[in-house]
Ligand binder design. Sequence first.
Ligand SMILES: [Zn+2]
Length: 470
Amino acid sequence: MRHSSVVRLSIICSLIFPGAVPAIALGQAPSRDSTAALLGELIRVNTSNPPGNVRGIAELLAPRFRALGFEVKVLQTADTGKAIIIARLKGDGSKRPVLLAAHADVVGVEREKWSLDPFAGVEKDGHVYGRGAIDFKGGMAVFARAAMMLAERKIPLARDVIFVAEADEEGGGPYSTTWLAREHWADIDAEFALNEGGWIMKGDDGKVRYVSVSTADKASIPLTVTARGTSTHSSMPRPDNAIFALSRALAKISTYETPLTITPETRQFFGALSRTSTAPMSGYLRDVVGADPVRARKADSIVSRDPLLHSLIRNTIAPVIINGGFRANVIPGSAQATINLRMIPGSDPAALVAELTRVVADPSVELSIGSRTFAATPVSPVNTDLYRALEHAAKAQFPGAEVTPYLFQAGTDAGAWRTKNVPVYGIYPYPIDADELTRMHGNDEKVSVASLRQGTEMIYQTLLDVARKP
Ligand SMILES: [Zn+2]
């Protein structure tokens, strides 16, 4: 389509669909799949954080939910770029609401490393490409479509179904779900909720091996390692060089491995993995969470070659930032590194810091997590109607796959509900393979249209099961 008429068409479309740029305006055939089409539109609203302007998402979705009879609130924050949409489909109130939460912001991109425009929402080779395709605009599209289908089909409900597109999950800005819970709890209170978290993993044969539903997240804790020495002229080096001391400390920490720490969810997850694996890996997956410490240690050396599996069975230590020095002729008085600790629920961060201090064994080096207290977030129980409904729908959608609770290795914004004892189940509601998993927060992020379709049906069946009037 000639540039001038594309421009003209985009202007017309932006008048009709504020914030939305339909595929046709970009010379793309509109997707025949409604979830894939919606995902393309969500991707075209660039919500990279920072700055994390998610207002366009609220503007895109609000008229569509309203048109289907949802009660829609758009919460404007003091930041004009950040408005949060809450859409509620009313039930008869005989049961408490069920909530679907999806963060609208995405991480930034290294544009030059993508083979296509990360914000064009291109559908190619049966996949929708773009930043957020997996994390988490794909989930937003699936959740939104599943909720809309309840309205389109006029399903009588016993509980309200609430959809939230929240802000500041990726960037840690001021208007995250912590803010939402503090300022607008009545709008997001529910009996239980779905959010991002567990994986629907395909095996090498393309078949879904397991569906993991996260019931807890590891806690992300920043640890600072500060080495101090004499600040002086670089022509007269001394033994107490802060940069050397920091390097030695980090070298010692790099060879330290934390002990296995297995939660009940992780034991169940590895059991499911073992049952869907072949020997010898099936044995190692069983042993690493087993009672025999010798067999567990042996199995750990094999299983931990997989970074995801390694992160699920222990507290992890990852240096992320290092600073030292400010002039080429000055030996700095201090040098500092930031390490990202990811803690298994119930683990004591102070005990790990004490252990690392013992490992470093250098009085000129201080390790600190500051004075913040890290309250444990309750693990969401699996004996609820929502977990059962999701488990049932997953088994129906993916026959033969194992469905298992799961400890999420990264962080989500589910804590705002969990700390108020509202169970949250995390899922990326579309089958993906190992390659697609690596593209999350990476380049050429994509999700298949077929997976979006299966995910939408699974979540729709889950909502029918948990919310429909008996
Ligand atoms: Zn995410």
